[in-house]
Design a protein around this ligand. Structure first.
Ligand code: SIN
Ligand code: FE
Length: 295
């Protein structure tokens, strides 16, 4: 793995429920909430007997990019019911590992963690034929068009489970604030009845806040700008098999450039759970615009 100068913090733990000193938690929270990727090169996900068979793209139903598991239901997979039940158990075990890890590292988050979807990504990161907006090989921050989050954070835990020694390869871009200074001036303002209309048409689940609008604008603005993609500050980061990594994907500029077979857990956290809410994207954007961006 290449560890660059700035945005990675290494953590040499090998347990999904480590014991961590409070001072270490503070330092790690500062790094994570400041936009670092926490990299745990010794924390592998342990397969149980027979589960390696799932390291094959044939389990994907080929319509969805990922196999996902949410509220006890598996989606995007195909196979015999017994196999899919085993696959669901494997993904659910990863979900438990990921939430336990976050609760152990960051006790303040523990009671606030909202576990969202867990995904298993059996397809190669490269080679998917998608529109520029869905192209995750372009640097971006995550923002969901249909699920407004009004400043709530998107924390993600990833684990490379490749059986053939292939790294997951990312590009990690510049800090959120630098990116926003560059791209925010080009994001159009939200139209007067836009949020209400989108909610009424059920394009969005609930009302889009101005924060959501700006985050989508930054997501799209970065992905659409070829010059920004090529020339903005960035580093390649390689996550070897058996590596887990954690980041706020609504804050870290990231792009997936290679690799196959990864598990991922999404966790939502309210601003009130953070160690340093002032570092969060909503507070950064509020300082830049001089406005409250979500009620
Ligand atoms: C992404 O979250 O944009 C993609 C991450 C990955 O598939 O490695
Ligand atoms: Fe992403």
């Amino acid at each position: 793995m290449s560890v660059g100068k700035s945005s990675l913090t290494l953590l040499e733990i090998a347990s999904w429920h480590p014991t961590i000193a409070a001072s270490r938690t503070e330092a790690l929270a500062h790094a994570l909430e400041g936009g670092d990727v926490l990299v745990l090169p010794k924390l592998a996900f342990a397969f149980e007997q027979g589960e390696e068979r799932f390291l094959d793209a044939k389990w994907s139903d080929a319509r969805a990019k990922n196999i996902s598991f949410d509220a006890g239901k598996i989606k995007g997979a195909k196979g015999a019911p017994e196999d899919l039940a085993d696959l669901g158990r494997m993904i659910a075990r990863f979900a438990n590992c990921a939430s336990e890890l976050i609760a152990a590292l960051f006790p303040r988050y523990a009671p606030h963690q909202k576990r969202a979807q867990t995904s298993f990504r059996p397809h190669p990161a490269l080679g998917r034929d998608v529109s520029w907006r869905k192209d995750d090989t372009r640097l971006h921050v995550d923002a969901f068009p249909s699920r407004p989050n009004r400043g709530e954070r998107i924390l993600r835990v990833f684990c490379n489970v490749n059986p053939r020694g292939e790294d997951r390869v990312w590009r990690v871009g510049e800090r959120f604030e630098a990116m926003a200074e560059h791209l925010l001036p080009r994001v159009r303002t939200m139209r007067r009845f836009e949020a209400a209309t989108l909610a009424a048409l059920r394009v969005t689940k609930g009302r889009r806040s101005e924060y959501d609008h700006l985050m989508l604008g930054l997501h799209d603005g970065a992905k659409a700008d070829i010059d920004y993609q090529r020339n903005s500050a960035q580093q390649e980061v390689r996550f070897a098999p058996g590596t887990t990594w954690i980041c706020y994907s609504d804050q870290v500029m990231h792009a997936a450039m290679g690799g196959q077979f990864m598990l991922e857990q999404t966790i939502y956290l309210p601003l009130s759970a953070l160690y340093q809410p002032d570092l969060s994207p909503i507070r950064v954007l509020e300082r830049m615009t001089g406005r409250r961006l979500a009620a």
